[in-house]
Design a protein around this ligand. Structure first.
Ligand SMILES: [Zn+2]
Length: 374
């Protein structure tokens, strides 16, 4: 067991438990729990959440097009994005999720309103939960002008990551779609995080097209694939070749451990050098009634879906929910180390594997050296 000495928001030293300190030093008892880095949700949709509102029966039907149409009908009349996003950020904070990448819709109907709403909520949680916004053309990009121009405007508002969605099956012109997206990212020096739901060979083709453009524009290390359902729905050999191609471009992948889809081949991707992060996707929204802001619970679902039982496998789920997500978000000062900012979570468990399986209420949350109420 150890004690952490924190001064001016930084971890000054890690010493044996019970090492005497001067009488001026405030002491916080972490109860001998397990200390882990903050949780990082690398795939969220803050603008869509209904968190904090009364329960609402799910009205969507299978298929991206029908789900988008259902959302367009039902999002009208909801409380402001800033209010709903802030409610979810509060839930994130209470679970020790201190970093969130949120895709935020940009389309001809709402323009940049949702992005501005999420920015307003993020401002309220500054220093507690950091939000990284992805401009997300969910209603189509080339088929929904002036969405591409709106994405440029989002960059002018401070957005540094550009999103996308199923270029073959949604806009139905994958090459033109990806050319436009990558050119926009290249012009503004932005990263890309694209949703790819297509399974099997169509999804594999989309990934290859993304990899080609990543290499051509020298964007290695700046492109993330969200979902990548094809990686678990093509043959093992095909998946291995795709993983190698992703790894060669230092591309990353985020999963949300989606129900109804075979588990992402996490180990194969890791072996190919592909960092895999974890998110909750939409939390209680018009797409799904699931989620609650507790990424540790979703990490348990990831492990469950993958069939993990051994401690070393369960640890992979915690890695996805912490350091892998931090890598994808490009966080420089992350992890518990001397000289680093004092950001961590304490859990009433003895091992990381136990943390995943039991995902208990947090004992202690420290952000910037300060205690946050669990
Ligand atoms: Zn998503």
């Amino acid at each position: 067991m150890v004690d952490l000495i924190i001064r001016s928001g930084l971890i000054e030293a890690i010493v044996d438990a019970g090492t005497p300190v001067d009488s001026q030093t405030q002491s916080i008892d972490a109860g001998g729990g397990l200390l882990v880095p903050p949780l990082v949700d690398s795939h969220s949709h803050l603008d869509k959440t209904l968190w904090g509102l009364p329960w609402r029966a799910h009205t969507g039907a299978p298929g991206v097009a029908t789900m988008v149409a259902n959302e367009h009908t039902n999002r009208r009349g909801l409380p402001p994005v800033a209010t709903r996003a802030a409610s979810l950020l509060d839930a994130y904070a209470s679970h020790g999720v201190f970093h969130v990448r949120s895709h935020v819709d940009v389309d001809p109907e709402i323009g940049l309103d949702s992005i501005h709403g999420v920015m307003e909520a993020a401002e309220r949680f500054a220093g507690i939960v950091d939000v990284q916004i992805v401009a997300f053309p969910q209603s189509g990009m080339l088929i929904a002008p002036p969405t591409l121009d709106l994405m440029s405007s989002a960059v002018a508002s401070g957005v540094r990551v550009l999103g996308g969605l199923d270029p073959a099956s949604w806009d139905r012109d994958p090459k033109a779609y990806l050319d436009s997206l990558f050119n926009l990212a290249d012009r503004h020096q932005c990263a890309i995080d694209i949703h790819l739901h297509s399974r099997g060979e169509l999804g594999a083709f989309e990934i290859e097209e993304v990899v080609t453009r990543t290499a051509a524009l020298g964007m290695a290390g700046h492109v993330n694939i969200s979902h990548g359902f094809c990686l678990s729905t093509v043959s093992d050999d095909r998946a291995a070749r795709l993983a190698e191609a992703l790894g060669a471009q230092r591309m990353t992948v985020t999963t949300v451990a989606a129900g109804g889809v075979p588990a992402l081949p996490l180990k194969r991707l890791r072996e190919a050098g592909v960092v895999v992060g974890l998110g909750q996707d939409g939390v209680r929204d018009l797409w799904s009634p699931f989620g609650n802001g507790d990424l540790l619970e979703r990490a348990m679902m990831l492990a469950w879906q993958a069939g993990y039982r051994r401690d070393e496998d369960l640890q992979l789920a915690l890695e996805a929910a912490t350091v892998a997500g931090a890598h994808i978000l490009g966080l420089d000062d992350f992890g518990v180390r001397i000289g680093g900012e004092a950001n961590f979570v304490v859990l009433p468990v003895t091992t990381e594997a136990e943390a995943i399986v039991s995902h208990p209420p947090r004992t202690l949350l420290i952000r910037g050296g300060r205690t946050i109420s669990p």
